[in-house]
Ligand binder design. Structure first.
Ligand SMILES: Cc1ncc(COP(=O)(O)O)c(C=O)c1O
Length: 374
């Protein structure tokens, strides 16, 4: 099976972990041990941000960023429904209400127009998601936020190595949240990070990360245990050194796959608009005229051929049993995308030969008949 994503770990990570184990320093009371501190510094510098705050997951990063933005009960946060559930979960954990807005049909990211339609007097924050590794169009979103006095917490969990208008994700946000889950472009097994230029958000997140403690046993606000372990940070330091190489390989694979798939006329291929650099966390195509059952059947067939195709996401959040009570606006673009998309492997471990096999298998299955039917 060619998996959809696979951790790319070598001797460097293994040696780094062994070194931490031998040092005897596995963590730190405030979650700020030497490896964590070094990883934060390196990651923030890579993302051209003033602060990096390491966490034990991307979900913890999202939750802490929202909590540090001073949300209160009844406040609303606008976000897409076409994302991983953690984006919405973090809003509720921070005591606010998720308001789902629709996405663009070509990029799958939230649009400024749809955000405008979802604004109310209670709106306090916007969460653009850099879905599949393509940054959301953040500049017009920043303009709305500035006009209305809103915070932007960007979910960049899938976008390590991407850029927007020549800048890393988060440049137009108050904070950007990253995940180092095992499938991501760079990993620490589990883990997360926040990057921000805002001193107050950064210092509040540091408190939240460690039980609200400024010093040990001196809690000044409600917090959690969101510490990243030293072993994880040691892996992260090595993975960050390799990130540009990983993304270059993903870009190479994505380009080659696009060349193979271009003749499949009833497939909508992923886009990389001018000024955007995709990190290709997922290479996602759309079966333009398919019903959900047809798409699901194709995914099954690809898996039978040992191509690890996945649907991300078959169930938009507002359709999930727990979250349906928050459905407010019509989301036709989201609902259609959820029925028609499927993602194909382009991670750095996929060889050119395997990309050709994926391309040929997909095109042989998808070439239009004369009526354009699957
Ligand atoms: C878009 C998105 N948001 C949030 C998360 C949550 O990150 P984590 O799994 O590290 O908690 C993920 C990844 O799993 C994600 O893909």
């Amino acid at each position: 099976m060619i998996p959809i994503n696979a951790p790319q770990v070598g001797k460097e990570e293994i040696d780094a972990v062994a070194k931490v184990l031998k040092s005897g320093i596995l963590t730190n009371g405030l979650g700020a041990g030497p490896m964590v501190t070094a990883f934060e510094k390196n990651f923030a510098s890579f993302m051209k941000a003033k602060h990096g705050i390491a966490m034990n997951s991307g979900t913890a990063a999202l939750h802490s960023s929202l909590a540090a933005s001073g949300l209160k009960g009844g406040d609303e946060v606008i976000l897409p429904s076409f994302t991983f559930v953690a984006t919405a979960e973090a809003v509720i954990l921070a005591g606010a209400k998720p308001v789902f807005a629709d996405i663009d049909p070509a990029t799958y990211t939230i649009t400024a127009e749809n955000i405008e339609k979802a604004l109310t007097k209670k709106t306090k924050a916007i969460m653009p998601v850099d879905l599949y590794g393509l940054p959301a169009d953040a500049k017009p979103i920043r303009e709305i936020a500035d006009k209305k006095g809103l915070k932007i917490i960007e979910d960049a969990a899938q976008a390590h190595g991407a850029s927007y208008k020549g800048k890393p994700p988060g440049a137009f946000a108050d904070a950007a949240c990253w995940s180092f889950y095992g499938s991501k472009n760079m990993t620490t097994g589990e883990g997360g990070m926040i990057t921000t230029n805002d001193d107050k958000i950064a210092s509040t997140i540091r408190l939240i990360r460690s039980h609200g403690e400024k010093r040990k046993y001196t809690t000044v606000m409600l917090g959690h245990n969101y510490h990243m372990a030293e072993i994880q940070a040691a892996i992260g330091i090595e993975q960050l050194k390799k990130l540009l190489g990983f993304v270059a390989k993903r870009r190479h694979n994505a380009k080659r796959l696009t060349e193979k798939l271009e003749k499949a006329r009833n497939l909508q291929l992923p886009t990389e608009p001018e000024g955007f650099k995709h990190s290709w966390y997922l290479y996602t195509v759309r079966m333009k005229t398919a019903r959900q059952e047809q798409r699901d059947k194709v995914v099954e067939e690809l898996i039978e051929k040992e191509i690890g195709a996945v649907v991300t996401y078959p169930n938009p959040i507002h359709r999930m049993p727990y979250y349906s009570k928050f459905a407010k606006h019509r989301l036709p673009v989201t609902e259609k995308a959820a029925k028609q998309v499927l993602s194909l492997p382009v991670h750095p471990g996929v060889t050119s030969k395997q990309i050709d096999f994926i391309g040929e298998t997909v095109t042989s299955r998808f070439i239009c008949n004369e009526k354009g039917k699957y």
